[in-house]
Ligand binder design. Structure first.
Ligand code: ADP
Ligand code: MN
Ligand code: MN
Ligand code: MN
Length: 335
């Protein structure tokens, strides 16, 4: 017998890489092998030298096909087996290994917007919906669009064994969120990409498309972010490292903003539960700050922090590597 493995990878589109996938039929009992693809069709190679390598990095049950079928998250290599320049996972792996003794954990809140017939799902043709206010965590056919897709996607993430920790309807019409974590940088990042792929793939069957654009509708509508919750073993034990981590992120705020997703200026305006992208701040319970210390963390004197700046379209390999590097290198230099 054979099984089907869906090989999933990130292409070379700029400024934001897009997911691609293709199917390999594999003999029963064999692990998904290294495979290849045409990099000249994904902006990862030129036609004269087009072969690029797919290296399986995380294999999970395929919740759509079922049975013995698998989803195979891959990273992209050159034919000499060095990481391709678009392969951000390889850098994330280096940082994760360097600072493994701090046991960094991440939980990412992935917001996204459903589109149907070229407009946000629920947006009336040729008019305007009711202003935002009732959509967040709402219920009822006048507030909620796409719940069938969300339920299907959540079930698929659970069946695939992903560390999904919750979902909710968001502030803007047709906008939703799922959370993955906590887990180490590579696990959470691989799983965010797998969960994104499942979302696009499942929504396809409903004739709906999911988008990660940071500001789908200009004006008085919330943007879509990817709040990134972070802790190290030191932060999970006492409060001083919580504050130190917030300070460390502030020292490198410019570097971080540049790596937190294309179009970040359009979303981090200072309105709609964001801090302006030009100013760094942190505070307890403050949803208008760049970084929030959740109230339970202030009460317990330990826990984690929430970096509210990353866009929905960020690359989790880039963001988790950068936060780990900034905070852990600061902890080590303060020793
Ligand atoms: P919000 O109140 O901002 O909407 P959510 O409940 O949506 O928060 O998301 C919180 C995220 O924080 C979850 O993904 C959860 O797994 C993650 N998280 C919880 N504890 C930790 C921790 N110690 N370190 C890192 N992430 C954590
Ligand atoms: Mn949330
Ligand atoms: Mn949210
Ligand atoms: Mn949040």
């Amino acid at each position: 017998m054979v099984y089907r493995a869906e090989y999933i990878w990130i292409d070379g589109q700029k400024p934001t890489g897009k997911l691609r996938s293709k199917t390999k039929i594999i003999a029963e009992g064999e692990a998904p092998p290294i495979w290849g693809f045409d990099g000249s069709s994904t902006e990862q190679a030129v036609g004269k030298d087009s072969d690029r390598v797919l290296r399986p990095v995380r294999t999970v049950p395929d919740p759509i096909r079922g049975g013995d079928d698998k989803l195979v998250m891959c990273d992209v290599l050159n034919t000499d087996m060095t990481p391709h320049e678009t392969n951000k996972r390889a850098q994330c792996a280096e940082v994760a290994e360097k600072y493994a003794s701090h046991e960094p954990w991440f939980g990412i809140e992935q917001e996204y917007t459903f589109f149907k017939d070229g407009r946000p799902h629920g947006w009336p043709a040729g008019g305007f919906p009711a202003p935002q206010g009732g959509y967040y965590c709402g219920v009822g056919a006048d507030e909620i669009w796409g719940r069938d897709v969300v339920e299907h996607h959540t079930e698929a993430c659970i069946t695939a064994g992903l560390e999904i920790s919750g979902t909710n309807a968001e502030v803007m019409i047709g906008q939703w969120e799922f959370q993955i974590g906590p887990g180490d940088p590579l696990q959470v990042s691989d799983e965010i990409w797998l969960a994104r792929w499942l979302l696009y793939r499942i929504a396809e069957d409903y004739d709906i498309s999911a988008h990660l654009m940071p500001k789908p509708v200009a004006g008085d509508w919330n943007g879509a972010g990817a709040h990134t919750n972070f802790s190290t073993n030191e932060m999970r034990e006492s409060y001083e490292p919580i504050v130190a981590a917030c300070e460390a992120l502030g020292k490198k705020a410019d570097v971080h903003i540049k790596e937190y997703g294309a179009g970040i200026e359009s979303r981090l305006t200072g309105l709609h539960e964001t801090a302006p992208w030009t100013e760094y701040s942190y505070g307890v319970s403050d949803r208008g700050a760049s970084v929030r210390i959740p109230w339970q963390v202030a009460r317990d004197g330990k826990g984690y922090i929430e970096d509210r700046r990353p866009n929905a379209n960020m690359d989790p390999y880039v963001v988790t590597a950068l936060i780990t590097d900034t905070v852990c290198s600061d902890f080590e230099s303060a020793r």
